[in-house]
Design a protein around this ligand. Structure first.
Ligand SMILES: C[S@@+](CC[C@H](N)C(=O)[O-])C[C@H]1O[C@@H](n2cnc3c(N)ncnc32)[C@H](O)[C@@H]1O
Length: 279
């Protein structure tokens, strides 16, 4: 698989394919980043791995060569066809490739009987990273994820309460995963070079991960859409049952937080307790 900008350019020319910006087609061309991704994911022979957007197959071929069983979903028809003719032929029993959208198939159609345990390794198309992550957090949960992300998304996912980046996705993610400090990745590691900063983030599932119900997720999202408002009025505005509102406020009071607190100042672990009061 191509690992230099010129080899990538040549392969794209051979395929008659121009990288599509709207599909986030910035292909990895740096062997160190590929190795680092596999190392962080602790890939061992026999591991089941989901990949979103295999593209020209750079990460995919390293995963397959290291003995992983890969389930991948690629939206681009030309790239999907190229992989069908190359890696699917080379690894017929360990490479499972789906042509489709990762938002509809966040785990690349990984069957339930192959999903315990599994990992995710992906150089994500940046436009879908948060909706895809949100879909993955509905479970079954990967034990480990190594993700190439836009720096801004990586900061949002790992943000602490009290910061501007702290948001609903920070809460959902941090309630299920421990997030290791990420690595900044230079734009020269991709072809074509992206005009945004990239970050390699590494997430490890918590021993007792918390999955929010769809109703509680919607409520938390509604609170963060008006993040400058006070939690007391946000709860009254979004919950019809006043007993629920009182129960949530009582949990906050136990933690020393008043109804005047803003959503961004409530720590992630408290939101999981608040969630319990609605069930
Ligand atoms: C950043 S590139 C990564 C390519 C390759 N994995 C690499 O590291 O070189 C993102 C890939 O995701 C694919 N893609 C974009 N949107 C997608 C979607 N909604 N579902 C599945 N694949 C998608 C693109 O076609 C592209 O191949």
């Amino acid at each position: 698989m191509p690992l230099t900008p010129s080899a990538t350019r040549d392969l794209l020319a051979k395929l008659g394919h121009l990288p599509k910006r709207f599909l986030g087609q910035n292909f990895l061309v740096d062997g160190n980043i590929v190795r680092k991704s596999l190392e962080l994911a602790q890939i061992a022979p026999g591991d089941v791995v989901v990949e979103v957007g295999p593209g020209l197959g750079t990460l995919t071929s390293a995963l397959l060569t290291d003995g992983a069983e890969v389930w991948a979903v690629e939206k681009d028809r030309t790239l999907h066809a190229h992989l069908e003719e190359t890696l699917v032929v080379e690894f017929p029993s360990t490479f499972h490739l789906l042509e489709g959208d990762a938002i509809e198939h966040p785990l690349a159609a990984l069957p339930a009987d192959r999903s315990a345990p599994f990992k995710v390794v992906a150089n994500l198309p940046y436009a879908i990273s948060t909706p895809w992550m949100d879909a993955v957090l509905s479970g079954p949960l990967p034990e480990r994820l190594v993700l190439m992300l836009q720096q801004e998304a990586a900061q949002r996912y790992s943000a602490s309460h009290g910061s501007k980046q702290f948001s609903a996705i920070s809460i959902f993610l941090q309630s299920a995963y421990d997030i290791a400090p990420g690595h900044k990745v230079a734009s020269g590691c991709f072809y074509p070079k992206p005009d945004i900063e990239s970050y390699l983030l590494h997430l490890v599932r918590k021993p007792a991960p918390f999955i929010f119900s769809p109703e509680t997720k919607a409520l938390i999202r509604a609170c963060f859409q008006q993040r400058r408002k006070q939690i007391g009025s946000l709860l009254r505005q979004n919950i019809a049952d006043s007993a629920h509102v009182s129960a949530w406020l009582a949990v906050l009071a136990t933690a020393g937080l008043s109804p005047q607190t803003r959503p961004e100042d409530i720590p992630a672990p408290l939101w999981t307790q608040l969630s319990g009061t609605t069930q």
